[in-house]
Design a protein around this ligand. Structure first.
Ligand code: OFO
Length: 184
């Protein structure tokens, strides 16, 4: 008896999304390293926390595939290609990345509808909601930087922004209940 409750195509798409989340984690790590090298410890800390969150997303999908009787796969990820030249570019990359990922999640939702796989449709809704939060967070970062003066922000205002992000309550536990220990 076939105990895999996922279609072959759905399993492949979920594995692809696992890889995308893992890739996202690498991107956030690279951005965090960049921010730290520029002296923005608060921003880098924020980005590192977010890298962990993206990894949790990968684990969440992995657990779902297992629960459905499927076989997840850990695929290779590419080294992040683009590093920012300044903080505006850094936050724009964050937003662009989140929008790309939202589109990938929408692809999963569409596929689950086409396949009438309502379990996966239901599972994917968590990510739809999560992406709303993540895009909102990225937009807020851009707004805050604009208020600080954007590319012309003074060292003082960048210092304040850096401190704010370093001290920010863990908004980035956006995967809130999902961790490597508890991938809900
Ligand atoms: Fe996985 O949420 Fe951002 O990309």
């Amino acid at each position: 008896m076939n105990t895999n409750r996922l279609s072959k195509t759905m399993q492949a798409s979920l594995i692809k999304q696992m890889t995308k989340e893992n890739q996202a984690s690498q991107i956030y790590l690279a951005l965090g390293i960049w921010a730290d090298s520029q002296g923005y410890g608060g921003v880098s800390n924020f980005l590192f926390r977010h890298a962990q969150e993206e990894r949790n997303h990968m684990i969440k999908i992995m657990m779902y595939i297992l629960e459905r009787g499927g076989t997840p796969m850990v695929e290779a990820v590419e080294a992040p290609k683009q590093l920012p030249k300044n903080m505006t570019e850094c936050f724009n990359l964050v937003l662009q990345h989140e929008i790309d990922n939202t589109n990938a999640i929408y692809g999963l939702v569409n596929q689950s509808m086409d396949e009438k796989d309502w379990a996966t449709w239901n599972f994917a809704q968590w990510f739809v909601k999560e992406q709303i939060e993540e895009e909102k967070l990225a937009l807020e970062l851009i707004d805050k930087l604009k208020i600080a003066g954007g590319d012309r922000a003074t060292d003082e205002s960048l210092f304040a922004l850096d401190k704010f992000l370093g001290d920010a309550p863990d908004e980035v536990t956006l995967a809130r209940t999902s961790t490597a220990d508890n991938p809900e």
